[in-house]
Design a binder for this molecule. Structure first.
Ligand code: ASP
Length: 310
């Protein structure tokens, strides 16, 4: 694996390997790399969880983080994303983590830059590390994917999380259903649509999505109260969920819009567990990228033999 830009690049075997590797990641104090690595975290869009969990993951792996703030960087003098990335490469960054509002930005850089690129979210394109932490969270719960019914519900059209998760879960053998208001259906995603009322009664995982207002046209303003009752996870709908079913959301959560505020931390919610798992999933991605380059020591990997996906 040279870069980590799209979940579509990975087979079921590779996905399982990364899920199991995430589970083995801990902070045992061993330096897992044969040389000092430097990370460039280039965030051109707001982020709390992704940015901070990359930072924690990098520090736990003994990586030096090069501080970058878009607002005070030379991008404000007109420097392009490519020149910014090339600068980081030239001054010794070992890899780049990039979040950008333009679809395929990480993919483009991966073709132009000689160090590994990790996609931390590109526009409405993909969010592969969010996907990995979501897969890891589901695996912790059910220990398999084959035959699981998973509903992804919310702003499908504008969500990079929906895209990455739908592809990956299908690759792993889950039955993926999408649920949203008509205007947010996405014709490029070939999955069955289902009403949320139906999904809560039949699905093992209800994965909610944030309403992506920053990607909507100005005149598309939403009535938030009626959105919850029509399309969100209300307490009434949650009461109809299967006993073993779990609630997920990549966050940030709009409490009272996609989900009733009281459900965010209820027994069936794994929303904060997802965040916790994000650190390990990101450690696994970085470790694996440098293992392919012969720079990681084998200790994590010995503990982690991927099994065949059933
Ligand atoms: N944090 C996720 C993302 O950056 C989900 C969201 O913002 O809705 O895509």
């Amino acid at each position: 694996m040279d870069h980590f830009v799209s979940i579509k690049d990975l087979t079921d075997y590779e996905l399982m390997h990364l899920i199991k590797l995430s589970d083995k990641m801990d902070n045992n104090g061993d330096a897992p790399f044969k040389e000092q690595l430097f990370a460039g975290n280039l965030f051109f869009e707001p982020s709390t969880r992704t940015k901070m969990s990359f930072l924690v993951a990098e520090r736990k792996l003994g990586i030096e983080v090069l501080d970058f703030h878009n607002e005070t960087s030379s991008t404000k003098k007109g420097e392009s994303v490519y020149d910014t990335a090339k600068t980081f490469e030239s001054i010794g960054a070992s890899f780049l983590v990039i979040r950008h509002p333009v679809n395929n930005m990480a993919q483009q850089l991966a073709e132009q830059i000689n160090i590994p690129i990790i996609n931390a979210g590109d526009g409405t394109g993909e969010h592969p590390t969010q996907c990995l932490l979501d897969l890891y969270t589901i695996y912790q719960e059910f220990q398999e994917f084959q035959g699981l019914n998973i509903a992804i519900a919310g702003d499908i059209k504008h969500s990079r999380v929906a895209r990455s998760n739908a592809y990956a879960l299908q690759t792993l053998g889950a039955n993926v259903f999408l649920s949203c208001k008509k205007e947010w259906q996405d014709k490029s995603l070939d999955f069955t649509y289902m009403e949320l009322d139906q999904a809560v009664k039949t699905c093992d995982v209800i994965m909610l999505l944030r309403v992506q207002e920053e990607r909507h046209k100005q005149h598309d303003r939403l009535n938030k109260t009626s959105y919850l009752s029509q399309y969100g996870l209300t307490k009434e709908r949650a009461n109809n969920m299967l006993n073993h079913a779990i609630i997920m959301h990549p966050a940030p959560v709009n409490r009272g819009v996609e989900i009733d505020s009281e459900l965010v931390e209820c027994k069936q919610s794994r929303i904060f567990k997802q965040m916790e798992n994000g650190v390990k999933a990101r450690m696994a991605v970085i470790y694996h990228l440098f293992q392919s380059r012969g720079i990681s020591y084998g200790n994590y990997n010995q503990k982690c033999q991927p099994s065949i996906v059933q």
